[in-house]
Design a protein around this ligand. Structure first.
Ligand SMILES: Nc1ncnc2c1ncn2[C@@H]1O[C@H](COP(=O)(O)OP(=O)(O)O)[C@@H](O)[C@H]1O
Ligand SMILES: N[C@@H](CCC(=O)OP(=O)(O)O)C(=O)O
Length: 378
C-alpha cells in the first residue's frame, strides 16, 4: 500500500510520499514533572492513523522512554548517570509502547516495537537485517515504532539522539519523506527562547543555514539534542534524497499533508546506494589511512581508487573489508571506504608502486566503488 494520491499541496514532495518516517521527541510526549502525556500522545496517534487510512505507510520513531520512566520511579529531572537512565528507559519504554499500542488499537492498527542499538546500523549485515524487518512489518500492515535500545546501549555505542536515528531509519525504510516533530514549530534563525527570531521556510542547500545559531535542548530538560541534532539529521536525510519537514507535534497533520508549516529541507542529492549511505553515515570506522597530497587529489578530484603508493601511514587494528577513514596529511577526513587488507599486512605496502608489489598485493587498498567522499554537512 505505497503511493499517496496525486496532490496539489504546497509541498508535493511531502504530500506525495507513500511511505513516511515520523520522529517525535520526548518534549512532545511527556509532562514537565515527568511521566507520559497520554492526551498529546493520543492526539499524535489519531493523526498518524488518519495518514494510514489515506493509504500511506508510516514508521514512527518515538523518543520518551527515559522521560516516561522518571515519574514511576520517583526520579526528578533527566538522570545524569547511564545506569539510572537505562533503568528509567526500561520502565518507560514499556509504558510508552503499551500506551501507543492501546491508542493505535482503537483505530484497528497493530504496532510492532523495534529497538535498535547503534551496532544494528553500524554493522553492514545488521543494517540489512533491520531493513528486512521493517519491510516485513510494513508488508504485514504493522506500524513499526522504533527507539534506541537504551537499556543495553552503553555510552560508546549510543546513537546519542533519536534525530540521527530517524534519519538513518528513513534510509533503512526507504521512506519518501521524514517529519521531525518537536516542541518548536521549525528552525528559526536563532534560538526562539532567547529573543525574537524568524522561521526559516525552506532549506535547499547547507548555505541557507550558514547564519543560523542552533541552541541547546528544550526547556523541560527531557530532550537531548536541541535544534542542532535535528538540523544535522535533516541534512543527512536530505543528502540521501529524502525531503524533511521540521515542525511542532500539533502541526503534524499539516506537515504530512504537505501544507506550508515548519521548515522544509528539500532533497539535496540523488538517493545513494544502500552501501554508500551506510559507509558515509552509519558505519563506524575501525582505523585510518594517511594519504599524501597526490593521493588526496586523486581520490577527491578524480574519484580514483586508493593505491598503496599514496599511503604514508596507518592507525587502528582493522581487518580486510572493515570501514576506515582516508585522511590527508593535515588530518582532515577526505573519504571513507572498505579497506582490502588487514592492518598487519599494510606496513610492507606503504608508499610502494603497485608494479613493485608481490602479485597477491597488487590490488587497490580501497577500491573506488567501496569509497564515499566525506564533505561537510553544513
Ligand atoms: N535556531 C533554533 N530554532 C528552533 N529551535 C531552537 C533553535 N535553537 C534552539 N532551539 C531549541 O531546540 C528545542 C528542541 O530540541 P529538543 O528539546 O531536543 O526537542 P525534542 O525533545 O523534541 O527532540 C526547542 O525547544 C528550541 O527552543
Ligand atoms: N532514546 C531516548 C531518546 C533520546 C532522544 O533523542 O530524545 P529526544 O531529543 O527527545 O528526541 C528515549 O527514548 O528516552
Amino acid at each position: 500500500m505505497t503511493g499517496a494520491p496525486a496532490t496539489t499541496a504546497a509541498r508535493p514532495e511531502i504530500a506525495g510520499a507513500g511511505r513516511v518516517v515520523v520522529k517525535v521527541g520526548s518534549s512532545s510526549l511527556t509532562t514537565l514533572p515527568g511521566g507520559l502525556d497520554v492526551e498529546r500522545l493520543t492526539a499524535l496517534v489519531d493523526v498518524l492513523a488518519a495518514v494510514r487510512a489515506s493509504g500511506r505507510e508510516v514508521v514512527l520513531v518515538s523518543s520518551g522512554a527515559i522521560a516516561a520512566g522518571l515519574a514511576p520511579l520517583g526520579i526528578d529531572g533527566r538522570p545524569r548517570d547511564l545506569a539510572t537512565a537505562q533503568a528509567a528507559a526500561s520502565v518507560g519504554q514499556l509504558r510508552l509502547v503499551q500506551t501507543y499500542a492501546d491508542a493505535f488499537a482503537r483505530h484497528g492498527i497493530t504496532v510492532g516495537q523495534v529497538l535498535l542499538t547503534a551496532d544494528d546500523l553500524t554493522r553492514r549485515s545488521h543494517y540489512r537485517n533491520a531493513h528486512r524487518t521493517v519491510e516485513r512489518l510494513l508488508s504485514l500492515g504493522v506500524l513499526p515504532i522504533v527507539n534506541e535500545n537504551d537499556t543495553v546501549a552503553t555510552e560508546e555505542i549510543r546513537f546519542g539522539d533519536n534525530d540521527r536515528l530517524a534519519a538513518l531509519v528513513a534510509h533503512v525504510a526507504q521512506a519518501g519523506a521524514l517529519v521531525l516533530l518537536s516542541d518548536v514549530d521549525g528552525v528559526y534563525d536563532g534560538d526562539p527562547r532567547t529573543g525574537p527570531a524568524q522561521l526559516v521556510d525552506t532549506v535547499r542547500e547547507p548555505g541557507d543555514l550558514a547564519a543560523v545559531s542552533l541552541g541547546s535542548a528544550s526547556r523541560n530538560g527531557v530532550g537531548t539534542g536541541g535544534m542542532a541534532t535535528k538540523v544535522e539529521a535533516a541534512f543527512i536525510a536530505a543528502h540521501a534524497g529524502v525531503p524533511v519537514v521540521v515542525t511542532s507535534t500539533p502541526q503534524a497533520a499539516d506537515a504530512l499533508a504537505g501544507n506550508r508549516v515548519g521548515t522544509l529541507f528539500g532533497a539535496m542529492g540523488r538517493r545513494p546506494s544502500a552501501r554508500q549511505f551506510w559507509l558515509r553515515y552509519a558505519s563506524r570506522p575501525r582505523g585510518r589511512l594517511i594519504l599524501d597530497d597526490g593521493a588526496v587529489t586523486a581520490v577527491r578530484e578524480r574519484h580514483a581508487s586508493l593505491l598503496a603508493a599514496g599511503i604514508t601511514g596507518i592507525a587502528g587494528d582493522f581487518l580486510a573489508d572493515d570501514p576506515v577513514e582516508l585522511v590527508g596529511p593535515d588530518g582532515a577526513v577526505v573519504a571513507r571506504g572498505l579497506v582490502a587488507y588487514d592492518a598487519r599486512e599494510m606496513p610492507g605496502l606503504l608508499g610502494r608502486k603497485t608494479g613493485d608489489l608481490p602479485p597477491e598485493h597488487r590490488r587497490e587498498v580501497v577500491h573506488r566503488d567501496e569509497m564515499v567522499l566525506v564533505g561537510r554537512l553544513r
